[in-house]
Design a protein around this ligand. Structure first.
Ligand SMILES: [Zn+2]
Length: 239
């Protein structure tokens, strides 16, 4: 069988799609760069996938074909909103930011998640009593971010998790045993801590290995994650 060699056709370089190599194609729709430019333009104007495809003049099938060849593209597309928001405030570092703000909507999501987690824990405890076996929670999308501790500024590996398909993020207080172990294996400095101002019970948390500061504010986790997606910090995604 003839080996297919990937060759770069051209490179796009915009706010949300920095220095992205677009593969050479004979028949793919992205051969017409104007189509991809229209797609990117629509995405950066906060249009959804359907509208962006329509503006580029491509079908959903054609979009999926493009994604198969450029798997990092959908990830950049999903983070575009945040990148634009960061740029609008001319932010280059988390230390330039005002104290983190979080919308009521997001706060409600965190609260709901917390409540769900409590219910899940209770359910598992009940199950455990019956089976004497704890079933692991389905693994989530874990992201390990290397970023400065906001107290001593030493680089720390911060573990966050969430659903890869929406932008809900939370810290290790909600992790299952499996997720705790996985995050630790990837270098996250997780510790069991006592009740804090934010979580009124013992829980797992990201702790700075140097100054021992606990990072358990949902808004901090959220911000570290956004900044990592924005490209300020290195991160590793574990599936
Ligand atoms: Zn520290």
């Amino acid at each position: 069988m003839k080996k297919w060699v990937r060759k770069t056709g051209y490179v796009v370089d915009t706010i949300c799609f920095p220095n992205v190599e677009i593969m050479k194609t004979e028949r793919g729709w992205w051969k017409d760069r104007a189509k991809l430019d229209r797609f990117i333009g629509a995405t950066q104007a906060d249009k959804n996938l359907k509208t962006a495809c329509a503006e580029a003049g491509i079908t959903r099938k054609e979009w999926r074909h493009f994604v198969n060849v450029h798997p990092s593209f959908p990830h950049l597309r999903r983070n575009c909103k945040w990148v634009i928001a960061h740029k609008a405030h001319n932010i280059t570092s988390i230390f330039d930011l005002p104290p983190p703000k979080i919308s009521k909507q997001k706060l409600a999501i965190f609260k709901k998640r917390f409540q769900e987690h409590e219910e899940e824990e209770a359910r598992i405890r009940r199950e455990k009593k019956i089976q004497k076996l704890r079933q692991p929670l389905p693994p989530l999308d874990i992201v390990i971010i290397t970023a400065p501790c906001d107290h001593c500024r030493e680089n720390v590996k911060i573990a966050t998790a969430g659903n890869a398909h929406d932008d809900t993020r939370f810290g290790p207080e909600y992790f299952s045993k499996y997720e705790i172990n996985t995050a630790k294996k990837h270098g996250a400095h997780l510790q069991r801590v006592l009740a804090t101002d934010n979580i009124q019970k013992p829980h797992w948390a990201n702790v700075c290995w140097r100054c021992q500061k606990v990072i358990d504010l949902p808004t901090r986790i959220w911000k570290y994650n956004c900044d990592a997606m924005f490209g300020l910090y290195e991160y590793e995604r574990i599936h």
